[in-house]
Write a protein that binds this ligand. Structure first.
Ligand code: ME8
Length: 500
């Protein structure tokens, strides 16, 4: 009955953008849905503050890495709040509690015999903080992601014996076919494992900005191991005075494909080396693109989530992202695409359904939902909707679940058109049928809104309150007998005004 979900922790080397918001919104939808199912949930996000990606950016800006982190970490924290993320904790890898626990776990991996000293020679991308194998290099020894020329590095450092975990990893993937989803990402990770694993650096000798290696404090722990461990360390100090590890570990991770190898290969191996249970699973999503290009801070082509939220609210942004881009795939977003969906779907379909339902109950039945029977024709389309929706969210199929809920919105609008309550109301031609239609509309809207609540937390809160619904969980869904008082609302998604 416990569920632990995480986002990547973001580098504090630039302003947060919609790409970061995307992963956090996704994890939030899952967290909120699981809470609705009565699970005890812990939801973690935060910032990654050590290593070259941050140290080099600080140098470029002429500040210390700590100063850079202290300026940018609050921006990421603010972003989480603005998109309405319901995270239980916000971790910073510079937290003392994190650093201490990282050292303990790394020491355990060392004591278990999985660490040795050796010489590393190879290509290193400071922006990825990644050692590239020959097969991963771009043309002319460049980083295929950042398109920068890489330097050949030779250094004496500590190694993690990743190669020893090839078989245990293959076994893990075999025993748990849904360890990595979607399937095509699982296959990618498994192919990487099967081609043969090389040992990886566990430390960096010429970098000061990091967590010191406990048995060799001249070196710092390679930033990826310190960063991945955030998922584990947070549970030990993320809630004052409590160690939540036994309750919530193992975690479910949400991340994009750029960091698949670290999460799907290094991370479970490292945990096994430390004698810790591997993650419960992970979902790898695609990139949000602007036109053809990945939205990224180095390309500067970012859609600013703060601006969108200022004008349209967080719900609209959350809705748009999961509706426009099939979750798991890459897909383009654009201001024009956003406005179209806002107007045609949020305002004209859902917003309008809500206002006319409330308005008709007020006008024809004095603001009280009339008790009536379930309309079999409509009930058929709602039959099984809730378990289906839950099952999709179990698999983190965020776009498919949203599509299913939206079908209900459209079904209800069709129901209004077909049953024409305004005709029924004329001279009270058929009062019983009008009762039935209004009751079924209120019920349908209530159920659909409860399902949509993880995507549209603010809107659903207002609408459920207006419908006189107290419950917020899926167990409360049941059916209502009618008799609730409703209230009218101003438009949920007001018309777009041109920006001032
Ligand atoms: O990699 N589309 O941090 P990072 C979709 N600190 N998602 C995007 C995106 C886009 N255009 N741009 C960014 C790091 N993201 C490490 C992670 S975890 C232990 C350490 C999201 O700041 C996506 O989740 O580069 C991606 O995986 C993450 O931001 C990378 O953030």
């Amino acid at each position: 009955m416990a569920f632990y979900v995480t986002t990547p922790i973001y580098y504090v080397n630039g302003e947060p953008h919609l790409g970061h918001a995307y992963s956090t919104m996704a994890a939030d939808v899952v967290a909120r849905h699981m809470r609705q199912r009565g699970e005890e949930v812990f939801f973690l996000t935060g910032t990654d503050e050590f290593g070259e990606p941050v140290a080099q950016q600080a140098e470029r800006e002429g500040v210390t890495p700590r100063e850079l982190g202290d300026r940018l970490a609050p921006r990421f924290k603010e972003m989480a709040a603005r998109i309405d993320a319901s995270n239980d904790f916000f971790i910073r890898t510079t937290d003392e509690g994190h650093m201490k626990r990282v050292q303990e776990v790394v020491q355990r991996v060392h004591d278990n015999g999985h660490v040795y000293e050796g010489t590393y020679e190879g290509w290193y991308c400071p922006r990825c903080a990644d050692f590239k194998t020959e097969s991963e290099l771009g043309p002319g020894n460049t980083c295929p992601i950042h398109k920068i020329e890489l330097t050949r590095e030779q250094q004496q450092n500590w190694f993690f014996r990743l190669s020893a975990f090839q078989e245990p990893l293959e076994r893990l993937y075999e025993e748990r076919p849904d360890f990595v989803t979607p399937d095509f990402r699982r296959n990618e990770a498994l192919a990487f494992i099967r081609q043969g694993l090389q040992d990886v650096s566990l430390s960096r000798p010429n970098l000061k900005w990091g967590v010191p290696v406990p048995w060799d404090p001249e070196q710092v722990i390679y930033v990826w191991f310190d960063a991945l461990l955030n998922y584990y360390t947070a549970l030990s100090y993320g809630r004052e005075g409590e160690d939540l590890t036994a309750t919530f570990w193992p975690a479910f991770h949400i991340l994009a494909k750029d960091i698949l190898k670290f999460h799907a290969v290094y991370w479970p191996a490292f945990l096994m080396a430390a004698g810790i249970e591997p993650p419960r699973g992970m979902f790898i999503h695609g990139y949000l693109l602007m036109g053809e290009h990945k939205m990224s801070k180095s390309l500067g082509n970012v859609l600013d989530p703060f601006q969108v939220i200022d004008r349209f609210g967080a719900d609209a942004l959350r809705y748009y992202c999961f509706r426009e881009v099939s979750f798991g795939q890459d897909g383009s977003v654009s201001p024009a695409g956003f406005e179209t969906r806002y107007e045609t779907e949020l305002a004209n379909e859902y917003g309008n359904l809500a206002s006319r339902t409330l308005a008709m109950i007020e006008r024809y039945r004095d603001g009280t939902v009339p008790p009536a029977a379930v309309d079999a024709e409509l009930a058929e389309d709602f039959e099984g909707a809730v378990p289906r929706f839950s099952e999709l969210l179990d698999r983190v199929e965020l776009s498919q679940a949203l599509e299913d809920a939206w079908k209900l919105v459209r079904r209800l609008n069709r129901y209004v058109e077909e049953s024409r309550p305004w005709d029924l109301a004329k001279d009270e031609a058929d009062p019983e049928r009008l009762d039935e239609v209004l009751y079924n509309l209120a019920e349908g809207l209530r159920v659909t809104t409860l399902l949509l609540a993880p995507y549209l937390p603010q809107t659903s809160e207002r609408l459920l309150a207006a419908l006189g619904e107290q419950g917020r969980g899926l167990a409360d869904l049941g059916s209502r007998p009618g008799g609730q008082r409703i209230e009218r609302l101003p438009p949920l998604f007001p018309k777009i005004e041109a920006p001032a």
